[in-house]
Design a binder for this molecule. Structure first.
Ligand SMILES: CC(C)(COP(=O)(O)OP(=O)(O)OC[C@H]1O[C@@H](n2cnc3c(N)ncnc32)[C@H](O)[C@@H]1OP(=O)(O)O)[C@@H](O)C(=O)NCCC(=O)NCCS
Length: 178
């Protein structure tokens, strides 16, 4: 088992086959997937995504979506991580988070996001992170801000409109200093 990083309550590690059912329980939930352009996921779609990220992102193994587990109980609470995108011809790394709806409002996404920001800055030495927030997903925007990002611009692509939040990880940058 590869642990990527730990925070006070959370362990983030590579996804494993045994995560399929708990991940599917989150992905099948319409409310949780409300702001995702492709909506809820089938078991097969969930399996494909899990396999895609088993050893990190295939083209950028240091990035990926990671199982987000409560360290004290071992409960699977969601998946969070870093995703590579090319937006308007520019390579970007997106901070992504999804938490079990039964545990919303406990500060877990904020904790994971801040841990990932520190990891991106101190271990991966990334210079910038973004968050892509679907209009209306105010909780997601709030997590981005609490992780140190600010609204940068509106954007639209084949997935629809999104609001790009961003922050610099370089010395004096906003992200991670919150
Ligand atoms: C976005 C998400 C990860 C937040 O998870 P969480 O663990 O509940 O987040 P936290 O408890 O760390 O913090 C949420 C913040 O958003 C605020 N918030 C929650 N719902 C909100 C809403 N509808 N409008 C405005 N703010 C809201 C909370 O009050 C909190 O801010 P505060 O601490 O200043 O009060 C969770 O809602 C989720 O998994 N959503 C579905 C997946 C998703 O949309 N992910 C983002 C797209 S990549």
């Amino acid at each position: 088992m590869t642990i990527i990083l730990q925070t006070r309550r959370l362990s983030l590690r590579h996804l494993e086959p045994a995560d399929l059912q708990p991940l599917f329980e989150l992905y099948r939930d319409l409310e949780t997937r409300r702001y995702f352009p492709d909506g809820a996921r089938t078991l097969e779609e969930t399996r494909e995504e899990l396999e895609w990220f088993r050893r990190g992102h295939p083209r950028h193994p240091e990035l990926g979506l990671w199982a987000t587990v409560e360290t004290s109980t071992g409960a699977f609470l969601g998946r969070c991580g870093l995703l590579p995108w090319t937006i308007d011809g520019v390579d970007e790394v997106e901070l992504a988070y999804l938490i079990d709806r039964r545990r919303w409002g406990e500060g877990l996404a904020t904790e994971a996001a801040r841990g990932i920001v520190a990891y991106a800055r101190d271990v991966l030495r990334l210079r910038r992170l973004i968050a892509q927030v679907t209009p209306g997903n105010d909780a997601s925007a709030r997590v981005a801000v609490k992780a140190g990002m600010t609204f940068e611009r509106d954007h639209a692509d084949e997935y629809g409109p999104c609001r790009i939040y961003a922050g610099s990880l370089e010395a004096g940058g906003s992200v991670g200093s919150a």
